[in-house]
Design a protein around this ligand. Sequence first.
Ligand code: ADE
Ligand code: ZN
Length: 341
Amino acid sequence: MTTRDTEMTTWLRGLPKAELHLHIEGTLEPELMFALAERNGVTLPYDSVAAVRAAYDFDDLPSFLDLYYQGMGVLHTREDFFDLAMAYFARAQEDGVAHVELSFDPQAHLVRGVPLEVPFEGLLAACREAESRYDISSALIMSFLRDRDPAEALEVFEQAAPWHASIDAVGLDSAERDHPPGRFAEVFERARALGIPGVAHAGEEGPAAYIREAWEALEVCRIDHGVRCLEDPELVARLRDARVPLTVCPLSNVKLKVTPTLTEHPLPALREAGLNVTLNSDDPAYFGGGMLDNHVACHEAFGWTRDDFIAMTHNAVQAAFMDEGRREALLERLRGVASDV
Ligand code: ADE
Ligand code: ZN
């Protein structure tokens, strides 16, 4: 999608947004994929950027994940991860994003022979650079692959001890169907014991029961997606009362056929139910747009006003992993935007 330059688009660009659900490997644009393939001597199964983009037609989450894991095969060095993240930060800055929480999948790199220090050091260097170059604050989420052995997740988490102080949260992602979150209770408990909170994908393709399980067994403080909670009214009431943030990704849900069209997306129903909704882009290179595109699409589909977007940005800033000084500064910027409405 290309964002049209309307008055609302300009205003949405100026809104200091916080992106809480972003897979950094899912920001790999085909142009950079080709450049990194050449740099690392990797042969891609496509002969052009257009051919890569044409392949981005997904039936569901697993059909996307096949291409996502294949695409990240071009990432080999710290510099590759640095370049990937800096390319994303440059686009985020153009979109008016003020804070980003980058999730990454260390196991998907380890299985390709890329050691932990490569993504950790490359991404952390990019986060520092984004802070000084763009005034974008960030957090790092180390995610585990739920379709692999939970014992492996625990082992990788222990191996990551040199970077534990740099991890803001642990996460859980990859193929959801038939992969209930409760199996990962031990690694989430271990992280919590070290003061590292947890988040988990749940209720994207999987049932509402997985949201309940992620919340209860993993004690996560946020749910990634969570859109299927509406199938369980009792769960909705509990999530609402506890103000559990849901990091919803509208364009992703359309691309992966979680919802047939954006107008049929459950976002308005989630908000009407009083849930703590935030807007995010998930894997922007694959799903047709970043934070600004997601916001503009929601404005067009649901007729949401400036106040609606201010409210969801407020939710995101409150739910973010950031120091209190930064949170107060962003809340102050939001109050400034709100007073102009
Ligand atoms: N990994 C990257 N994007 C994902 C998504 N939308 N759901 C689950 N795992 C993912
Ligand atoms: Zn995701």
